[in-house]
Ligand binder design. Structure first.
Ligand code: PLP
Length: 367
């Protein structure tokens, strides 16, 4: 039987044609027409003024923090449940990621846990729209305003997600995206920073390109980075933007298939919910075993694996990983992360695949 992978990029539009165009015309570096075209298409998609492409989602995060002038010793609030790049980018600036617990229903940063972690050194908050469900941006905006903080959205997993009809990427002071091979929109490796702030956009472009003065070649007023995206990556990205509406619809349809197929397992599984007014884009359809079942999680995943179905555990919280370990308790993260499983979520899954996954889960849970 075919193995079902957890993620699988779909490159069924103009990706090949545009990449061949790069090769045929010799525009293979970070100069070339596809960069600006991809940036424009992505800005339009988010409903934001500026989009600045980077070579991956981690450098996009670092670039955004540099442009926001994050300094050594500064503190940045992040959720303890995220992919490690969020914490690492803060550390690259010599700043301190300050961890906050998450909400059980979305695994996103818990606004109620933020204020006790704010100090005079706090500069900003990085909410992560985990697995495609947006963070509570309204509550975060109020806290940020009260304390004079910026909000940087880590939207790496949430292309097209919405809060009150506004797309992520256009809500915080700026936002970053990833286009890694397993993300909703991919360029193989790639990233983007979006913002409505003209001055910030200028700084993003300056620091992305080694800090070179836009008016004077080989004159460098600051220490910058080479975080540029190649024309080849952008060519793939532009083709992806031409089909993104269909891609998002296919993920919605898949989530509905899972909801139906797993409905009879509700005694044993918590299925993903969506908060009112929010649009979840299901980068990963994530289920949780019931309370007290954390010790069974890995056995359930193993059982699926034996049936040819790849899954992933929910991220380990940052506070249990060696670089960020602390003894503070994060009760929701501690309890829920160990019970979470990401099911296969991609555009090639058929109703029969979903049936096979549901049947395998049912057998695993009955053991
Ligand atoms: C994927 C991801 C990143 C990093 O993106 P890369 O392109 O892999 O560098 C950052 N944050 C989150 C939440 C991610 O899922």
């Amino acid at each position: 039987m075919n193995r079902i992978s957890v993620a699988h990029p779909k490159l069924a539009g103009n990706e090949k044609k545009y990449v061949l165009d790069c090769l045929d015309t010799n525009w293979i570096s970070s100069n070339g027409k596809y960069i600006a075209a991809f940036e424009d298409a992505f800005a339009k998609f988010c409903g934001v003024k500026h989009a600045v492409a980077a070579n991956n989602g981690t450098t996009a995060l670092h670039l955004a923090l540099v442009a926001l002038n994050l300094q050594p010793g500064d503190e940045v609030i992040i959720p303890t449940v995220t992919y490690i790049a969020t914490a690492n980018a803060v550390r690259y600036c010599g700043a301190v990621p300050v961890l906050v617990d998450v909400c059980a229903d979305t695994m996103n940063i818990d606004p109620a846990d933020i204020e006790r972690r704010i100090t005079p050194r706090t500069r900003g908050i990085i909410p992560v729209h985990l697995y495609g469900h947006p963070a509570d941006m309204d509550a975060l905006a109020l806290i940020a305003k009260r304390h004079g903080l910026w909000v940087l959205e880590d939207a790496a997993e949430a292309h097209g997600a919405e809060v009150g009809g506004r797309r992520v990427g256009a809500i915080g002071d700026c936002a970053t995206f990833s286009f890694f091979g397993n993300k909703i929109v991919t360029t193989g490796e790639g990233g983007m920073v979006t913002t409505n702030d003209d001055e910030l956009a200028k700084r993003l472009r300056l620091y992305r390109g080694q800090g070179v003065d836009p008016e004077r070649r080989y004159w460098f007023p600051v220490v910058g980075y080479n975080y540029r995206m190649t024309n080849i990556q952008a060519a793939i990205g532009l083709a992806q933007m031409e089909t993104v509406t269909a891609a998002l619809a296919e993920r919605q349809a898949l989530a509905r298939l899972y909801d139906e197929a797993l409905a009879t397992l509700r005694d044993a599984l918590v299925l993903p919910g969506v908060r009112p007014g929010m649009h979840h884009v299901f980068w990963m359809y994530t289920v949780f075993l019931r309370e007290g079942d954390e010790a069974r999680r890995d056995a359930v995943m193993k059982s699926l694996d034996a049936d040819g179905i790849e899954t992933r555990p929910v991220f380990y919280p940052m506070h249990v990983l060696p670089p960020y370990r602390e003894s503070n308790a994060y009760p929701v993260a501690d309890e829920w992360a160990q019970r979470g499983i990401n099911l296969p979520t991609h555009q090639f899954l058929t109703p029969s695949d979903v049936g096979r996954i549901a049947a395998s889960l049912k057998r695993a849970l009955a053991r």
